[in-house]
Ligand binder design. Structure first.
Ligand SMILES: Nc1ncnc2c1ncn2[C@@H]1O[C@H](COP(=O)(O)OP(=O)(O)OP(=O)(O)O)[C@@H](O)[C@H]1O
Ligand SMILES: [Mg+2]
Length: 393
């Protein structure tokens, strides 16, 4: 556990002004504490023209810091506010995690009710808004760049899963959480953020319609959250990057709407090449692209245990481990989003089951609560949506 009793005594617990925590905090952290005024000045009073996006945690602004450095600041929404003590403890954990494929946290502001995170600014936005966006994008995503992006994301996730102790399950791997720096190197954003939300605030579930395509079935249906759920989401992202389209596209004719479903169909026919983005030029290595699609299928296998761990995925992507002989079965699909409905959490109908009743798994204190999903496609039963963690997966 990460905590600093010497730092956060009773005084710090009740203190909410920067000056109160500033000195001691700055002395031991590699993260800077900003004042609210500094960040307000850096964004022209949070001017809407500086707003670059809004997600489940709050709004993101482009900010010009004192010495001219550009940063992205995430103003956490009112519901995500927690005590100074817990907030700074989590900040310390996040800021200690550094890797070339993770967005770097530069600092934070914890003053009064304000909770703000200050990140390195990523010049080329997210994969969601560029490669997979519907608007104009002048970045040429050739095969070499895409392959580098896929491998970079895999390395970042392998680091969170296998090198950070205790390991971190990202929970929300998706195109909008993959940012690109000026050289188009991928950086995973928002890792560790779930812990900044109090237990009764549902980040994933309130935005479930947008992210459901990335959710592993066992997570979406039973709230069973392990590293394998991230690996599933990575698999979806991988096929999106190779195909240059979103996993779900309701504007397409039925039968073409769900990319993962199609990937499985074409794999069975031995025609995966059909799914490789046609906008890629003749320099695209089609064999490699098809290999990536197969790895995407492996990562999204229905049974979590069949999904390779991320360090193996990295080796598969780089060709160090062959995938030719690996048996691939049908991916786990929750293809009809309409089948999944957010229901009242107090579901006491017969058949309603709480995931955490499983003796082999335990509930997390920072669980996403108060949402219940049902899926006709899976078992027909209704489950309380509470992330639970397996001890060693
Ligand atoms: N460090 C950053 N540099 C540049 N742009 C960023 C940065 N962080 C976020 N953004 C932009 O802000 C947008 C909103 O980010 P945010 O993380 O709040 O929402 P999201 O990723 O769309 O959804 P979620 O809250 O589920 O993660 C991103 O899509 C991206 O375009
Ligand atoms: Mg995000």
């Amino acid at each position: 556990m990460h905590c600093f009793p010497f730092l956060f005594g009773k005084r710090a617990e009740s203190a909410v002004t920067t000056s109160d925590v500033d000195e001691e905090f700055a002395a031991v952290q590699n993260v800077k504490l900003y004042t609210y005024k500094e960040l307000r000045d850096a964004t022209d009073d949070f001017c809407p023209t500086n707003k670059i996006g809004e997600g489940g945690f709050g709004s993101v602004y482009r900010a010009k810091l004192k010495h001219g450095k550009i940063a992205a600041i995430k103003v956490l929404s009112a519901e995500s506010q927690q005590g100074v003590n817990e907030f700074l403890t989590e900040i310390k954990v996040i800021s200690d995690i550094q890797h070339e494929n993770l967005v770097k946290l530069l600092g934070c502001c914890v003053e009064g009710k304000h909770r703000i995170l200050v990140y390195n600014y990523m010049e080329n936005n997210s994969l969601a808004q560029t490669l997979l966006g519907s608007g104009m994008c002048n970045i040429g995503f050739d095969w070499q760049i895409r392959s580098r992006i896929c491998i970079g994301i895999a390395c970042g996730l392998a680091f969170l899963h296998e090198e950070v102790h205790p390991h971190i399950v990202h929970r929300d791997i998706k195109a909008s959480n993959i940012l690109l720096d000026k050289d188009l190197a991928p950086k995973i954003s928002d890792f560790g953020l779930a812990k900044l939300m109090p237990a009764n605030v549902t980040h994933v579930s309130t935005r479930v319609a947008g992210t459901l395509g990335y959710l592993a079935p066992e997570y979406a249906v039973r709230g069973q959250l392990t590293r394998r759920a991230d690996i599933y989401s990575f698999g979806v992202l991988l096929v999106e990057i190779v195909s240059g389209r979103n996993n779900t596209n309701k504007r397409l004719p039925i039968g073409e709407r769900y990319l993962l479903e199609r990937t499985w169909e074409y794999y069975q026919r031995g025609e995966l090449v059909v799914l490789v983005d046609q906008s890629l030029d003749s320099k695209c290595d089609l064999d490699e692209a098809c290999r990536f699609l197969k790895i995407g299928l492996l990562c999204t296998q229905d049974a979590p245990k069949l999904r390779p761990i991320m360090s193996t995925v990295v080796k598969m992507l780089t060709g160090e481990i062959s995938v030719d002989e690996t048996k691939i079965t049908a991916p786990g699909l929750i293809s009809d989003l309409c089948d999944l409905k957010v229901r009242d959490s107090h579901d006491d109908r017969p058949g309603a089951k709480t995931a955490s009743s499983d003796p082999n798994i335990f509930s997390s204190s920072d669980s996403v609560k108060n949402s219940t999903f049902s899926s006709r496609e899976s078992t027909g039963a209704t489950f309380n949506f509470t992330p639970v963690y397996e001890r060693s997966v």
